[in-house]
Design a binder for this molecule. Structure first.
Ligand code: PGA
Length: 256
């Protein structure tokens, strides 16, 4: 059985103090580190708060993730952050190819693919985002768009590597809009992704890969989404900034 993973993508929000407060409140409610907990819970603060939040999650059941990473190991890349730096700060996860980076920062599938390979090589678990725009859904292109992103962003990945990757299906029209995909709409794409995995690899890999849903996941819609057979957790933006809401989403995914 796949262990659901719920990740909070804090985006460019909070102050250092608020970030530490948020994670301390989460940890206090979740209790001490418990490797048998039914849900993996990840927080992804802005780069500059990784160290402080990383210290606050020590000994708790929360894991640390970053929102982005460079595909380069080191050198003259002003403003970039490497996989080794993330590991140094205690990160275990990294979000790669979020739609905000694809659309606002021009990240292509090829760039996303290089970042995924760099993350895997460093031992980080990439959370690889895919998702269609509203126009693409309206034109009936959802499946084709997802297939293209899957093929491009996850090119050259072995079956063993793939089993370590988390995929996040995030329809772009649902992100930050309050317009959540229906459980049936989400499940349909998750099934598509699983069949892409099965045809490229095999049933074992397709069954092992965790596929999160993301896009306006809230306390009041999480249970229905998480109830779908192929939805293995959530990538949460806005609601991850509120302790009660994030905990409710974790609970809906099968946890505390
Ligand atoms: P949202 O963001 O939950 O605020 O819609 C999700 C995401 O961007 O990962």
């Amino acid at each position: 059985m796949r262990r659901p993973v719920v990740a909070g993508n804090w985006k460019m929000n909070l102050t250092r103090g608020a970030a530490v407060d948020l994670v301390r409140s989460l940890a206090a409610s979740l209790g001490p580190s418990d490797s048998s907990a039914s849900v993996e819970i990840v927080v992804c603060p802005p780069y500059v708060y990784l160290e402080a939040v990383g210290q606050a999650v020590q000994g708790t059941s929360l894991r640390l993730g970053a929102q982005n990473v460079s595909d380069q190991p080191s050198g003259a890349f002003t403003g970039e952050i490497s996989t080794a730096m993330l590991i140094d700060l205690g990160c275990q996860y990294v979000i790669v190819g979020h739609s905000e980076r694809r659309t606002l920062m021009g990240e292509t599938d090829e760039i996303v693919n290089r970042k995924v390979l760099a993350a895997l090589a460093a031992g980080l678990t990439p959370i690889v985002c895919v998702g269609e725009l509203l126009e693409e859904r309206q034109r009936g292109q959802t499946s084709a768009v997802i297939r293209k992103q899957f093929e491009g962003s996850l090119a050259g990945i072995s079956g063993e590597q793939m089993a370590r990757i988390v995929i996040a299906y995030e329809p772009v029209w649902a992100i930050g809009t309050g317009q959540v995909a229906t459980p049936a709409q989400a499940e349909e794409v998750h099934l598509d992704l699983r069949s892409l995995l099965r045809s490229r690899y095999n049933a074992a890999v397709a069954d092992a890969v965790r596929i999160q849903y993301g896009g306006s996941v809230k306390a009041d819609n999480a249970a229905e989404l998480m109830g779908q057979a192929d939805i293995d957790g959530a990538l949460v933006g806005g609601a991850s900034l509120k302790v009660g809401d994030f905990l409710a989403i974790v609970a809906a995914a099968g946890g505390h």
